[in-house]
Design a binder for this molecule. Structure first.
Ligand code: 8YV
Length: 322
């Protein structure tokens, strides 16, 4: 038992993680927000942070914790963590990649299908009596056999590509660099990819390097001047210029969108929520029991490995470049 090890939970953690976390460590829940004075008293003892994929771990918070050694994130994304500040202090950051690839890829395809075939709208059309009152729904868009463009070809991007092939779709992608050995066409940037895609799926990491990567210019390229193209975002809300997306949807620049992430979660702009042909989900990419349990076990396993002096299970890529 490691009760003597103090851990700061920086956001509301999954109930699939908290029992094992509290059993193994002395956990302080969001003191930096609820009781800063207590945090000052305890700071010399806090050796680890427990976080979710959306947690903010700023350089300012890191500076307040002189004994901090490890930040364990229950999420594949850790764009809210100031990795440079952690690295400067020799603080290790771990995350939970791979275990959620299938769930996020499944949701990306699900959002593409829902946006193309308007499945949520079809459900409402039957439930509210429109079918009987108005007759058949307007024709939708075919997904199978179309062109999928994937922005970000990491492990989840590759899982999405595999699913697209099963739908008879062609796959092209853009990323910081071409990935050798992949059977998909590489295009140098999101605008070029959008111009040659029917469905543009965003699955890049969040953070400064990708902020507003999908802007009005990319959306115009996706729409091709004919109001075509569907945008799917299962990455981070920050990767898409949300105001530009709302304009493009309202003005018919693109045909539709399937969105699981937003700029200011859980607040979603009323203008976006009012657009009838958009499909919206509340950041559920990895939200299945099996996957979230695997993520919790991995996040906890990283803490346990670190404090037992064993090799970390899934350090972030920056760790290996330390
Ligand atoms: C969850 C996610 O939202 O893994 C990520 O980066 O966005 C998610 O799957 C969250 O991180 C779970 O803690």
């Amino acid at each position: 038992m490691s009760e003597a090890i103090h851990v700061l939970a920086v956001s509301k953690l999954s109930p699939l993680w908290t029992p094992q976390l509290h059993a193994a460590y002395t956990v302080h829940d969001r003191l930096h927000e609820t009781d800063p004075a207590a945090l000052e008293r305890l700071a010399p003892q806090i050796r680890a942070i427990a976080a979710s994929g959306e947690s903010k771990v700023s350089a300012e918070l890191i500076a307040r914790l002189p004994a901090l050694e490890l930040i364990s994130v229950m999420g594949v994304g850790y764009d809210g963590v100031d990795v440079a500040a952690a690295k400067a202090r020799g603080i290790t950051v771990t995350h939970t990649p791979n275990v959620l690839n299938d769930d996020v890829a499944d949701l990306a395809i699900g959002l593409a299908l829902c946006a193309a075939r308007q499945l949520p709208q079809a459900d409402r059309y039957v439930r509210d009596g429109s079918w009987a009152a108005k007759g058949p729904m307007p024709l939708a868009r075919k997904l199978s056999g179309g062109r999928m463009g994937i922005v970000g070809m990491g492990r989840i991007g590759q899982a999405i590509a595999t699913r697209a092939l099963a739908f008879g779709m062609s796959v092209a992608y853009t990323a910081r660099s071409a990935k050798p050995g992949l059977p998909y066409r590489y295009l140098p940037d999101a605008k070029a990819l959008a111009a040659e895609s029917d469905v543009l799926v965003v699955i890049t990491p969040g953070g400064a390097a990708t902020r507003k990567l999908i802007n009005a210019e990319v959306l115009a390229a996706l729409g091709k001047g004919r109001g075509e193209g569907i945008l799917v975002n299962v990455a981070r809300g920050s990767v898409v210029d949300e105001a530009a997306l709302i304009d493009a949807l309202e003005q018919g620049v693109i045909a539709g969108a399937g969105l699981d992430v937003f700029e200011n979660e859980p607040q979603v702009p009323e203008r976006l929520r009012a657009i009838p042909h958009v499909v919206l989900a509340p950041h559920i990419g990895s939200a299945t029991g099996a996957t979230r349990q695997a993520m919790a076990d991995l996040a906890h396993g990283n803490l346990q490995a670190y404090f037992a002096g064993r090799p970390l299970l899934t350090p972030t890529p920056e760790y290996h470049t330390a």
